[in-house]
Design a binder for this molecule. Structure first.
Ligand SMILES: C[S@@+](CC[C@H](N)C(=O)[O-])C[C@H]1O[C@@H](n2cnc3c(N)ncnc32)[C@H](O)[C@@H]1O
Length: 266
């Protein structure tokens, strides 16, 4: 049975056919369901949507069709957020973490899990898409957090203004004209609203950066995942908003993050 599944997956172009077969076999409750899951994978659905979860920062994050699958490269964003928090002064209350454009909530949940060794953490996450919000609720409630639906900062509780220690954002950053060149798994199975970053891909970064000083605590950090090519524009948006911006990269993960800090005396 395993050999036949591996063969079907390989014929469909799955590079890690053996690993995928093992995951599908482990996830399927019955033989009929296994056959259905293999069929959905062979037809091009992302593996994570088929099995219902993605591994991210060592955590099992629930994902569902129509929701962006958290990428391995975003683990760098998580690591940078935790490192930035460690370098800043401890808050008098809990660490307030906000994950904007949260999708499944993977980034916020992983940051909250990482910071929990430093003290109490409060996680608030938001996304504009109802499928993402429902999915994020399943993940974010495991760390006692809240999920809101709306455009960027608009749905956040006003009481968070000026108090956020860590603001993590993996917003859409693919330039509109490059969406057509994305792999079919993303292009066909993830919503356009999760991918399209506007004409130059930096549209959301500008809006997020402009709003950040109203929400960050003095000394708090905004961290935005971007690309190496777009990083100067993402950093410029933060500088224009009055944040001190630093670009950080990881070659192995092909990951770029811009970190903007609000002055401690702000
Ligand atoms: C690239 S996905 C990243 C999801 C998640 N942060 C992650 O890394 O897995 C971008 C997310 O931004 C959301 N989004 C797009 N436009 C938005 C907006 N105006 N306000 C809030 N969320 C938005 C999409 O629904 C999508 O879930």
């Amino acid at each position: 049975m395993r050999a036949s599944i591996v063969g079907r997956l390989r014929a469909a172009g799955c590079v890690f056919a053996e690993d995928e077969a093992d995951l599908l076999i482990a996830a399927a409750p019955t033989a009929d369901q296994l056959d259905d899951m293999v069929q959905r994978r062979v037809s091009g659905l992302p593996l994570e949507h088929v099995v219902g979860w993605a591994e991210f920062c060592g955590l099992r994050i629930a994902v569902r069709p129509g929701v962006f699958v958290p990428r391995r490269r975003s683990e760098f964003l998580v690591g940078q957020a935790i490192a930035a928090a460690r370098q800043s002064a401890s808050p008098s209350g809990p660490w307030l973490v906000v994950d904007l454009c949260c999708g499944s909530g993977a980034v916020g949940v992983a940051v909250a899990a990482g910071l929990s060794t430093l003290g109490q953490v409060e996680l608030d996450a938001a996304d504009i898409e109802s499928a993402a919000v429902q999915c994020a609720r399943a993940n974010v409630t495991t760390v006692g957090g809240n999920v809101y639906q709306g455009d960027l900062y608009e749905p956040l509780p006003p009481g968070l203004a000026g108090r956020v220690a860590v603001l993590v954002v993996n917003a859409p950053y693919v330039p509109t004209s490059e969406i057509a060149m994305m792999p079919p798994e993303a292009r066909l199975h993830e919503p356009l609203v999760a991918l399209d970053g506007g004409p130059d891909g930096v549209m959301f970064h500008r809006r997020v950066a402009a709003g950040a000083p109203d929400w960050l605590a003095p000394g708090g950090c905004l961290l935005i995942e971007t690309s190496e090519r777009q990083a100067p524009q993402t950093a410029a948006a933060m500088t224009a908003a009055g944040l001190m911006a630093v670009v950080s990269m990881d070659e192995e993960l092909d990951a770029t993050v811009v970190i903007g800090t609000l002055a401690a005396g702000a």
